[in-house]
Design a protein around this ligand. Sequence first.
Ligand code: GPV
Length: 838
Amino acid sequence: DPSPESTFVCPIIIEDDRTGLDTETIRRALRDNLLYIQGKLPELASKNDLYMALAYTIRDRLLQRWLTTQQTYLKKDVRTVCYLSAEFLVGPHLANNLINLGIYEQVQKAVSESGLKLEELIAQEEEPGLGNGGLGRLAACYLDSLSTLEIPAIGYGIRYEFGIFDQEIHDGWQVEITDKWLQYGNPWEIARPEAGVEVKFGGYTESYTDENGNYRSRWIPDYVVKGIPYDTPILGYRVNTANTMRLWKSEACESFDFGRFNRGDYYGAVDNKVHSENISKVLYPNDEPIQGKELRLEQQYFFVSCSLQDMIRIHLHENPSLNSFHQKWSVQLNDTHPSVGVAELMRLLIDVHHFDWDKAWFITQNTFAYTNHTLLPEALEKWPLSIFGRLLPRLMEIIYEINHRFLDKIRIIYPHDDGKISRLSIIDESGEKYVRMAHLACVGSQAINGVAALHTELLKKDVLRNFYELFPEKFSNKTNGVTPRRWIVSSNPRLTFAITEKIGENWIKHLEDLRGLENYVDDGGFRDSWRRIKYDIKADLANYIDKKVGIKVDPSTLFDVQVKRIHEYKRQHLNVLHIVTLYHRLKNNPNLDITPRTFIFGGKAAPGYFMAKLIIKLINSVAEVIDNDPTIAGRLKVVFLPDYNVTLGQRVYPAADLSEQISTAGKEASGTGNMKFSMNGALTIGTLDGANIEIREEVGAENFFLFGLTTEEVYAKKAAGYNPQEYYYHNEELRAVLDLIGSGFFSRGDSSLFRPLVDNLIYNDPYMLLADYQSYIDCQEGVGRAYKDQEHWSRLAILNVARMGKFSSDRSIRQYCEEIWRVQPVKIELPDYIQANA
Ligand code: GPV
């Protein structure tokens, strides 16, 4: 019998070590996790042990919010957005979760007893590099906003074992190193093997008549792979909503073939396991255009099939049938990478759930929506029929049937117009036959959107013209946005504090409120502190640069920054032409009065993209000569920062004075780095391309450095037979600059090294650098002059920040919710015993 003393007459209230948000409880939980998860005594713990213990401490605080969110969704039978994306470039989780939970300060104090700073533990996190660039990062910003806006959502993707490669620079050249982001474990994910699903590949199809006399198809595959979901909670800012990012890992169904093993074929016995696990092994490191490799198609079909099967399972748990599927799920295709989903949902509805074609098609068309992210014709995804049909025979049949029915309708609208038919067809039959994935996405979706106003207009006029003619009502624009939680609050705490001191903290959730800063542009004291903050951040970056690449840069110089994937259309080499122009001028006139600048570059090149890799080598070669030339006396410095990624972006954007957004007009769909710079008080030098146009509209033409041809002028020049040689021969300075590069001056006398690059500009110049050169140089002179007047520059910078409200991803997501997904917020109430956010 229990003694009277041990009988609880009422529950004892203790702070739960897994949920409490005060400093003391977090401190206790941290020590506890260090011992019981890391198995370390405090005095023997490494920095990484402490990071892991802290990560688990924070994950504990997410779990109640996450489970409550999922339970609420099930109970309320909500409509859910599924964002299908081959890439999610989420960046490190720890700092973001602290900010969104509102416990940054408490954790800072709790950590201090370890003798380490919270910032050091935050820096310990290995970022999940599960994306290439803008497209993957956009998906991550959208997950943040979906949770912050309390929208039921799931991000479905692939759990690559190796993400985007780490970049090292050896002798000026890019070297790719395998990204082993999982090697010390990932505390933010939870595997759900019980929710695994199977995916078929290869083999053949056959028709049969079922017990009711219905004519059906079945797919006899060559092999079957299992998908295991790994879930990561995505918490919104100061709300209880924690949505799920569900990434699929591929595994073998039977990891070991005993039949083969018994026959003595050990390697054959593990073959199947090796092949199955290969599917989610590595991210393809090409930005646009993608590479047509079979494994890439396997990846796409793998994650899309897993995700659709998952939705169907969840749906049937709550609903008697799939008749209402499209009412409960809105599935967004992030570019065409997941567009095989259109055919896969048809297959699941018809072959597995025995729907008839028309009903299945109605559900499918009302489920999907498609976002296009590119204007480069070579980046439009297409798969050779030979590969597609061999790997996915049943999907091939379904796509033929979709196309057949689609073209039958088209023939009625455009009788006797065979050109139209072949231009609209999902199958490209002009040479080797291909499946055109954008056509499949357009035909199978209820909505189609571009990612900036100009981009959407060009889609309608050009890339998807024939589809726009057919169904104009499906098209709309959704200008990209970025999350201010990561791209201002987390990356730029000093600016966050300065803004919040003046206008309160509402702007973090309602970025339009930054307008309030306009009241302070005339406040000299505010401008002073604005400049001091920028200087301090630049000094931090200068320290980082010295540590990483051993170059000393002066924080009082103009920091002129271009960070993004290396691509000819993004024109990093135009930036180099400007640098060499200034260098050439200083060599001819050493006393020339110029605004001292530090040029900072960062970005990865696709490993197979020769010209992009040569551009990296050029930047580093020019850097070496200029940085070591005593006549320059520090007035120009050039730095290439290796391994540009989300973490480095968070360091660089806040430190920039000038943002380089210099793509050929009509080539950059939107850009999102342009937004991150401007939000952090950099001014933009840019062309009328992508979202630059809308940024300029918002901040005002007088606060933006514009140069270059417009899209119309680019088209007209091309049509008139663009000849770059005319610019080369008629512009003396340009010729001197190109000749200097071509001569071997920057390559120790080797005049062959940069020849392909220089010749490509003089004789071909597909991205019209030479046509834009003079306009760019002149515009940069204006930048230099403007920077000399620091009071003036500060005004422009403050106005840039004040007017960036439109470019929050919260605005973008609200528009998707209202105009495409038709979903509503769902409030999440925590049980009483969980401490609410601070
Ligand atoms: I397609 N984008 C990308 O990063 N990778 C791709 O494969 C494709 C597009 C980018 C565009 O280049 C940017 O202009 C755009 O801002 C971004 O996608 C997000 O929409």
